[in-house]
Design a protein around this ligand. Structure first.
Ligand code: SFD
Ligand code: AMP
Length: 627
């Protein structure tokens, strides 16, 4: 076996991941841990300052309810999420986040985040729930607060440690194992409770950007489904694993559209100039009641554009020039003011990208795009797993303790495995949390996990033979390389192993062609999914044959395995749900209609660590009375 030193770390609370939700958990848990003399350890695969989805920054905070200004109520937000997810949401979880999210945003501002204000000192809204920020350094600010809180409570932060598997004692989670991405070290974390906040998943499907653009995606390339893999392998129940997210973005560099649609009130059109949101309005009848209420769910907005593309009316364009001219038109009688307004709008347009998707600004520059003069191409991205945005996949977690919800078996945000909590993209059916809501959910879970430790915490019993077996399995890719590389002339072509990159291409091809990726125009069917599962079972046989030359490739290999598991749960869930509920995310061609009678429910699944079998189940949807 490769010679890796084993490092053991003992703690009360372990937080795996270092993004928005994990930083929320660390900030809040540290406060309660300090009061109670407990230790908190946080582990991130990258450097906290720039890890996760917000690495490059963001240009808006997408969840701000604005209760103090009387703008909206928490109930309004519950209705918004229900509507956007075609009726499928855990309203107790949405409620819990929505009632606390404003205070999180106020904390962000206190910590130094610049939120745009109007002349009256009120937040500038992009849309009803979205507020504009100068967010290039958003992640640094949130990470600094988490680091400070940890340090004040005597906690520890481990950066550049890639978490692979949970450590279990029966149904109780007692820690995690992983390896350093910089040194030959294998880490064993022992804990009384674990919070999982390792984000969602990208590159499960073949991306649009291939060849020289490979790796480019809307979702950050560093998130590989570690949260889902961790909770699935712990034997925890998962929900909404069929609900992927497909954003529409500026094509090829994945620049955001929210500011264009909401702030600039831009239209999207086909190559022939038709506005698909207007011309295809009749289609929305088929998806009532959701298709007929406002705002039209994100998947249906996607779907109307996709119908244009299917009809050969592509490319689609964002009418940036028209939108900018329309806003500036107000100043048409004053040439100086008009010029000033045009400059201001132009700089806001560029800043929107520079704050969060720098490559889109570079692409615009290289394509000679002047947004005030010329429209820009948009397209539906490849599918992603991001339960905190407009997707919903993730672990099935317990509801708030002070609420009379039918989904309650433990502490807030605890999965069905004892002592294992999930947050952000790691927890399911509570979409539209975004950055602020994910942080809020982390705070909720961090506090609940400390309460769990105080009331039920036990010294972790860790089976060291199991740890040794995991170490051997996790380091296998390095051993395979050393043992076999001399057998062939090309180190990348070998009958004894495959390279992580080759494995990734196989996974992506299966998902793309059989599970409704870009090539299949987001369509699939029972027959395709069943064939996809067959191919997946063969792929699974080869997962343990990935080889690694170094720590970089070892990370890539385990990222792939994690992706493969989320992929399997996705195919199984789409196969189980015999209807089409989210056209625009995926379309089951053999069951093309929404079927409320049989499928207005959650689809949950669980992998049994004892038998290795998957169980699929329906769970009822509970609407908060009166909302
Ligand atoms: O609008 C391991 N999001 C937006 N939210 C907003 O509020 N405003 C916006 O403007 C947003 N836009 C946006 C957004 C997301 C993305 C991808 C883009 C644009 C391009 C959503 C939020 O970013 C999102 O909701 C939160 O970040 C979710 O938080 P969380 O904690 O669930 O995920 P994370 O922040 O990505 O962090 C993941 C962490 O896990 C680490 N990690 N650590 C150890 N071991 C492993 N194996 C690990 N695997 C991953 C990561 O390093 C990271 O620290 S808009 O354009 O849509
Ligand atoms: P996006 O850039 O698409 O992630 O959008 C940012 C925010 O605006 C999210 O909260 C979206 O749900 C919302 N949004 C984007 N486009 C629209 C639209 N056309 N109508 C309503 N909400 C939108």
């Amino acid at each position: 076996m490769a010679n890796f030193e084993t490092v053991e770390v003992s703690t009360d609370l372990l937080i795996v991941g270092g993004g928005f939700s994990a930083c929320g958990a660390a900030t809040e848990a540290s406060y309660w841990a300090k009061k109670n003399g407990l230790k908190v350890v946080m582990v991130d695969k990258a450097a906290l300052d720039r890890s996760g989805a917000v690495a490059m920054g963001l240009s808006a905070i997408n969840q701000y309810v604005g209760v103090k200004d009387g703008e909206n109520t928490v109930e309004d937000y519950i209705r918004y999420v229900r509507q956007d997810l075609m009726g499928v949401s855990r309203e107790d979880l949405v409620y819990n986040i929505a009632r606390h999210v404003d205070s999180t945003v106020h904390l962000f501002e206190k910590w130094g985040l610049k939120i745009w204000k109007d002349e009256e000192g009120k937040y500038v809204h992009e849309g009803r729930w979205q507020i504009m920020i100068n967010g290039e350094s958003y992640k640094i600010i949130i990470a600094e607060a988490a680091k400070n809180a940890l340090a004040e409570a005597g906690g520890e932060l481990y950066e550049r440690v890639f978490i692979v598997d949970p450590l279990m004692d029966g149904n109780r989670c007692v820690g995690a194992v992983g390896f350093s991405t910089r040194e030959n070290k294998f880490y064993v974390f022992k804990a009384k409770a674990v919070v999982v906040g390792m984000g969602g998943a990208v590159h499960v499907f073949r991306p649009r950007s291939v060849g020289e653009g490979f790796g480019r995606s809307w979702y950050p390339p560093f998130n590989s489904g570690s949260s889902a893999y961790f909770t699935i392998r712990a034997g925890a129940e998962m929900t909404c694993q069929e609900v992927r997210f497909i954003p529409v973005r500026f094509k090829d560099a994945y620049g955001p559209v929210g500011a264009w649609f909401l702030l600039f009130k831009s239209r999207a059109i086909s190559a022939e100039g038709g506005d698909y949101m207007v011309e295809r309005v009749d289609e929305l009848q088929n998806w009532a009641p959701y298709g007929l209420a406002k705002p039209i769910p994100a998947n249906l907005r996607n779907y109307l554009g996709m119908l244009d593309v299917d009809a050969g009316l592509g490319p689609l364009y964002m009418e940036t020039d028209e939108a900018i001219q329309k806003i500036a038109h107000e100043f048409k009688d004053d040439p100086k003011a008009f010029k000033r307004k045009m400059k201001e709008l132009e700089s806001e347009a560029w800043e929107d990208f520079l704050d969060m998707t720098i490559s889109q600004a570079i692409l615009w520059a290289s394509l000679n795009v002047k947004p005030e003069e010329k429209h820009s191409e948009i397209a539906a991205c490849e599918p992603y797993f991001i339960g905190s945005h407009s997707g919903a996949s993730g672990a099935w977690v317990s509801g708030p303790e002070d609420m009379d919800t039918p989904y309650k078996w433990g502490y807030a945000n605890m999965t069905t495995a004892d002592g294992l909590f999930a947050v952000g993209d790691g927890s399911g059916a509570s979409s539209h949390k975004f950055s602020s809501g994910s942080h809020t959910e982390g705070r909720i879970a961090g506090k609940a996990a400390i309460k769990y430790i105080l009331e039920k915490g036990q010294e972790p019993t860790v089976d060291m033979a199991r740890v040794e077996a995991l170490k051997k399995e996790i380091l296998t890719p390095m051993d395979l390389m050393v043992e076999n590389k001399g057998k062939m002339t090309d180190p990348e072509i070998n009958t004894a192993y495959i390279m992580p990159r080759q494995f990734l291409h196989r996974l992506q091809k299966i998902m793309d062609e059989y599970a409704g990726g870009v090539t299949a125009a987001f369509k699939t069917s029972k027959a395709l999914l069943e064939r996809g599962l067959e191919l997946m079972s063969l792929l699974k046989e080869d997962a343990g044959k990935q080889a690694a030359r170094d720590l970089h490739e070892l990370t890539r290999a385990w990222e792939n395995t994690q992706r493969m598991w989320i992929a399997e749960s996705h195919i199984r869930s789409m196969l189980f749900r015999e209807e089409t509920r989210w056209p625009g995310y995926y379309f089951r061609a053999d069951t093309p209609k929404m079927d409320d009678e049989n499928w207005l429910c959650f689809v949950n699944c669980r992998w049994d660590p004892g038998t290795g079998e998957w169980e699929m189940m329906k769970k009822d949807i509970w609407n908060i009375p009166g909302v």
